[in-house]
Write a protein of this length. Sequence first.
Length: 271
Amino acid sequence: MIGTRGHDLGGFMSAGTLAKKAKDRGLGSIQLVTYRSIEGVEAKAGFMSHGFAQQINRVFQNENVRIALLGCYINVPHDNLELFKEFLSYGKDFGCHIVGTETGSVNSDYSFNPENHGEEALKQVIDKFSEMVRYGEKFGVFVGVEGVHSHIIHTPERMLQLLNGVDSPNLKVIFDPVNLITPENYLRRKEIIEQAFELYGDRIVIIHGKDFIIKNNELVMVPLGRGLMDYHHLYEVISHHKYDLDVIIEDYQGKELEDSIEFLKSVEGRC
């Protein structure tokens, strides 16, 4: 199933307009960060209600667009968990079983700190994710975690440490291979994908779709199919592990998003 993030379809709008935009682009699913895409929604605990979440779900169901992931991105060592827990409690009202976040940084502004890759930072995120997962278990809703090369969880090996530390099948993985790639390791991009699936492929529930080139020793985003990511290889790895996963196209708008959708459809057609 191909989808995108709600806030990549434009600015704030009604849930109905957002759902129709997704359908008109031929998308079957969406990653919804309500407070970044639906007008009037605030990013604070206590704002959401079961009725409001159910209403949003009905609107998307009417357009045959599934809410594949609820995004509630927090800087785990610093932020209060109440908003994330609230989304866990309302997940099923949205028709969604996964609420996701990245792990963040020791620095409050998300910037890189060498301590991100140390043992104390890992212990902090294990403790926090354990708390979130135990809360989600009460509602039958999973916690999704996404690695980023500059954050506390930054490699497949480090992700496995988190999964083992929390030790619950209710902790799932949002896999964005480009997030784990740097100018130093990009030549190993196929190996990184294969390693992630070998270590915890059964826990991967969402793929994020991006593409990149290296320019002036930096990663520069380009539409899918125009960069160095080999999506035929990625789809082969997914197929080998026999998973049916949503691919959520991320960070593209307008023509770039349309081209990326068409590219993924062409890859699927050849797999």
